[in-house]
Ligand binder design. Structure first.
Ligand SMILES: *Cc1c(COP(=O)(O)O)cnc(C)c1O
Length: 393
């Protein structure tokens, strides 16, 4: 295969062609390397590979050609130097913490992150002497005020779930660096197609590949993208020892997911924007949360930071929880599930599901009202999606 420098190509092309090193069998599609170990030509060769003096595969807990192809491709798309794949998005976040934190360290985390991310910092890293403070995602002054001398990193998701609030990544990166901290961005909602946090100054990007990267709800997986230095010093040693590895089969599914990611994201965003504008005109809706709308508090920032506004829309019904449940139950086609990023449109009631375990006052402080409904807009015909929602409106 020709030796191509994929950095010279655009994201759409990288997503389709980068990472695959064609074998002596001349295959056109990336093969699944279902092998746990590799054979060395000699005892010396085995020794050189194990000690890192010679590159090459060693053992599939940390080196596998199919997984490597996925890592190379996603690293290019995120404009990062290196990517490591993990068994899930949570495993990727766990790896970042295990690699970077020690007892006595401090973390500042957005209040509006994935529920299990909150639990990871509070319950698990907390158990080992790492303290985490949670702050309002959009309040840059609150982020800076929460930083202590022992703060190791700031962690956020933008846009947030389920209120689709936007943080200014460049501003928060400057704040983090001024205080000697790293900025970590969970880029699940945007994917590199809509937003490249590393270009905006973030140090590490984490992913749940389970969502838009797969795009068809088949596999669970995750990834960490960062500089070669951060990966080599902090993340790779943990993966090699901790073993939360992505399987070659899942990497193969995610590779084909990446191939269609750019066209899917555009289609998700176009439909979500149209749905958001349509929802604003319906009766019984108090507010529509979508960064493409003029009414969104960070509309200008979203326009600047993202290439499109994303595939998730949420809205508040004036009739509270009763009307929200009625609307959800009246749908025929939409999937009632908290998953997102799928070609199938999903609908969920955050206050009683993803955020149902929070105390009511904590939920209220996070702005998650009882009438809130979240829709992850899929790729069905938009009129069918609207009609399904109209049944309960
Ligand atoms: C789903 C999700 C995760 C966790 O990923 P898994 O693959 O389910 O472990 C992390 N962050 C965000 C924003 C998510 O949506």
């Amino acid at each position: 295969m020709k030796d191509i420098n994929w950095n010279d190509y655009s994201l759409e092309t990288q997503a389709i062609r980068a990472g695959h090193k064609r074998t002596h069998e001349d295959e056109h599609s990336m093969p699944i390397f279902a092998t746990s170990s590799y054979v060395f030509k000699s005892a010396e060769e085995a020794s050189l590979r194990f000690t890192g003096q010679k590159p090459g595969n060693i053992y599939s807990r940390f080196t596998n050609p199919t997984v490597n192809a996925f890592q190379e491709r996603l690293a290019l798309m995120e404009k990062g130097e290196r990517c490591l794949a993990f068994s899930s998005g949570m495993a990727a976040i766990m790896a970042v913490g295990m690699g970077l934190l020690k007892a006595g360290d401090h973390v500042v985390c957005s209040r509006s992150v994935f529920g299990n991310t909150v639990l990871m910092f509070q319950n698990y890293f907390g158990k080992f002497g790492v303290e985490t403070d949670f702050v309002d995602l959009t309040d840059a002054a609150a982020w800076e005020a929460a930083i202590k001398p022992n703060t190791r990193f700031l962690f956020l998701e933008t846009p947030s779930n389920p209120l689709i609030e936007i943080a200014d990544i460049a501003v928060l990166a400057d704040i983090a660096h001024k205080h000697g901290c790293l900025l970590i961005v969970d880029n699940v909602f945007c994917t590199p197609v809509l937003q490249k946090p590393l270009e905006l100054g973030a140090d590490i990007v984490v992913h749940s590949a389970t969502k838009y990267i797969d795009g068809q709800g088949r596999c669970v997986g995750g990834a960490v993208v960062a500089s070669d230095d951060i990966i080599e010093k902090h993340i790779y040693p943990y993966l090699r020892t901790g073993g939360s590895t992505m399987s070659p089969f899942n990497a193969w599914v995610f590779l084909s997911g990446l191939e269609t990611l750019a066209v899917r994201m555009k289609a998700h965003c176009d439909r979500a924007f149209e749905l958001a504008k349509w929802l604003e005109q319906q009766t019984g809706i108090a507010k529509v949360h979508y960064p493409g709308l003029q009414s969104h508090a960070q509309h200008e920032l979203a326009k600047r930071q993202q290439s499109h506004f994303g595939g998730v829309v949420s809205f508040e019904l004036t009739g509270g929880k009763e009307h929200a449940w009625k609307l959800i139950d009246a749908t025929q086609m939409l999937s009632i599930t908290a998953n997102l990023g799928d070609v199938k449109t999903t609908i969920t009631h955050p206050a009683s599901t993803t955020h149902g375990r929070l105390a009511p006052e904590v939920r209220a402080a996070a702005g998650i009202k009882d009438g809130l409904v979240r829709v992850s807009v899929g790729l069905e015909n938009i009129d069918d999606i609207k009609n399904d929602l109209l049944r309960g409106l």
